[in-house]
Design a protein around this ligand. Structure first.
Ligand SMILES: [Zn+2]
Ligand SMILES: [Zn+2]
Length: 142
């Protein structure tokens, strides 16, 4: 996963735009039930940054606190699901579907694979974790 280009992206209507500084810290698919509900889709792909490394070049995110200290961000105009943040850990992820160039990233793992939909047929080589990837076992659920 090397690219000289900055990661950029935004919501469906274009009111919200972001830029990532440097390489993402993690790129992981999450199949948890809460990501499914929040996105309306089968899973969400997290592209992680330190909070200061994700710069909002346009617009202001709306926040839904899905658990204590967990902030899911969305566009107040078009409703696009954009981010999952844990400010107490200095973490924010943008979701791959909002990237301008989703092919520029390489997911490395599946999280919460025990929640994955039975009809979802995945053939990649990335390790599949029943819940959190190793080292992240203390993460909250939602
Ligand atoms: Zn929007
Ligand atoms: Zn999830």
């Amino acid at each position: 996963m090397s690219h000289d280009k900055k990661i950029t992206g935004g919501c469906l209507c274009g009111d919200l735009r972001y830029e990532g500084n440097g390489e993402p810290r993690w790129v992981v698919h999450c199949h948890c039930r809460w990501c499914q509900r929040a996105s309306g889709s089968a899973f969400l792909t997290y592209v992680g940054f330190a909070i200061d490394d994700l710069v909002w070049s346009k617009g202001k995110l709306s926040i839904y606190e899905s658990s204590p200290e967990v902030e899911r961000g969305f566009c107040p105009r078009c409703g696009s699901t954009l981010t999952f943040a844990r400010p107490s850990r200095d973490e924010i992820s943008v979701f791959a579907g909002t990237l301008d160039d989703p092919d520029s990233i390489t997911p490395t793992a599946h999280a919460f694979f025990d929640h994955h939909f039975s009809w979802l047929d995945i053939n990649d080589e990335a390790p599949r974790h029943a819940r959190h990837p190793p080292g992240n076992e203390d993460r909250d659920q939602k």
